[in-house]
Design a protein around this ligand. Sequence first.
Ligand code: S3P
Length: 166
Amino acid sequence: MRADKIYLVGFMGAGKSTLATAIGARLDWRVEDIDTLVEQREHLTVAEIFAQRGERHFRDAERAVLAELLPTRHAIIATGGGTYADPGNRSLINRDGVSMWLDVSLRRVIERLPTDGRRPLASNRSEMERLFRARQSAYRHSHVRLDADRASTGALVEQVVDWLES
Ligand code: S3P
């Protein structure tokens, strides 16, 4: 693990993209968002990729984007909620940088997730709850756990910076 790169992992709605932008600004590190890079690569939105090409195609693209990001240093990577759930991705991430889990309660996820159809795996509430529970054991493999339920983005940024400096 090298401490010149941070992967933010955690469930949909945990605030990974927001925190990545804030940490990038604080450290003057590059910010990359796996979902955005997949969308650029496929010239489709995440929802369109799922609908037109299927989840497996999305996961292949997600894996390819992750591999392309490996040489990048001094960077914060906002992963998608499923990126770190894949065992192969997980071991790549944990060898490449510091994985930080934005641990958020299901209650908060439900409050925060817009029902705008942009997240195909959140469209069915009971399926989303099942996924949330199933993913917790994967996220526990991360190097650092951040309690994202109570802390503000600013407070989380300081926790991350303190961790890097300790
Ligand atoms: C997914 C989470 C999404 C996106 C896709 C699948 C998942 O990312 O990658 O809809 O499997 O949990 P966010 O966590 O950024 O919403």
